[in-house]
Design a protein around this ligand. Sequence first.
Ligand code: H79
Length: 476
Amino acid sequence: MKTNMGTVLLICLGAVASHAKDTAKSPNQPAGDVSFEYRFDDRLQQTPDSLARQALWFRDAKFGAFIHFGVYSTLEGEYEGRGSGFRYSEWIQISAQMSAKEYHAVAKTFNPTEFDADAWATTFKDCGIKYVVITSKHHDGFALFDSMVSDYDIVDYTPFKRDIIKELCDACHKQGLKFGVYYSHAQDWDEPDAPYLNARCKRNVLHPDLPADFEPDMDRYIAKKSLPQVEELVKNYDLDLIWFDTPVGMDMERARRFSDTVRKYRPDCLINSRLIHRGKGKIEPEYLPLYDYVSIGDKEVPTKKLPLYVESPDSVSSSFGYKTKGNCYYHTEKEMIHRFVHTVCAGGNALINNGPMGNGRLDPEAVRIYGAMGAWLKVNGESIYATVRNPLDEKPEWGDLSASKDGRTVYLHILEWPASGTIAVKGLPATAATYLANGENADYAVEGEVLKITLPSEPLDPYDTVVKVALSSSSK
Ligand code: H79
């Protein structure tokens, strides 16, 4: 245990036993947790420009809704009895080994007639969500906006003929939500020139008519489709954020063209690190000026606080796209809130995905989970929004800590109710302690450097009982 700066966290060893039955995972999850690898050097810093962009709204927002919606949403993870073994339904073209022609035939029928952008935005807002990021084009190459670059888009290619990105952008801004798009800038299964991330499906399965001696040319793909579509997005849509993914084949020169294009048209628009870094890739200092914040791995929850401000692309379920076929699960409400709280306390936002159904309605399970988060946030929101990461060196075994920006208030998130009935924290000179759940004073004592709280016999909240602690001096 570290002892520097007098901010040691003392964990009562007897106080860590938890209610095992409450913490059982929802079924079908892979064995073991996806653990967070500490791969950021402590001295890394984003540029002053990026820090200023983060400060505009991003750092205070904490809770975003990620949306994976597209042709794949209609298949729900299976095509002609194939493909359901993959965890991600948005990968159906690969998992079911569909040729471009077969996938086009499904795209031709994509008709989400129940789509209602205002209903989506209102639901998100009511659940405490502050920003929305939707797939404008996933790896399948199909665009959800009206593109002049390619007709493989929802307006030109489907009976639906409406621009989902435009409608949702307007609806979100009307509700005061920030709006961003996901764009798969490197992978594109509809373009033979685009690079390939995996060996799971051969290029000539997707494109059987290609000549045997075909040589893919990534720069030709970037020049013809990827960069012009990004330019369309930043020119024609009022974007607050752009989310790149799986940067296979990206190098400084290629990434810079994307970054420059975004900055040219939309200087305040945030760019995520997957422009050039893989989700679990090491952060390289020379690339920091190209983007504004770090996306950690898919569904990765940080286990320790981080030097750079991050965002975790989490999901309410095991897939990103809507999936009912094969192996899939949803997180419990408790798991989701705990994942969210740990991410915020480590110093980041949680961009929590939902996969709307092929008919255009939100997934009711996702709405239920968001609803539980929203109800918890209505009572406990001050311990989340506009807070900063845990000011102490370590996180306690019973939960986690967040703090007000001025460092004068610390929030203790009690996620696992200790059997001993007490918690003890070193390094917090408390002058008051209250429960956010009911506003009542906590039974606390300061003994030397240790704040000791005697807890009620039962949690005051089924997911996270928050104690608000006022300090005599800043914890910073
Ligand atoms: O958009 C979501 C994913 O589709 C995308 N990133 C998030 C935000 C992503 N693309 N690639 N990857 C993630 C990494 C590759 C994962 C996979 Fe698999 C390996 C897909 C197919 C093989 C593991 C096994 C997941 C599905 C089957």
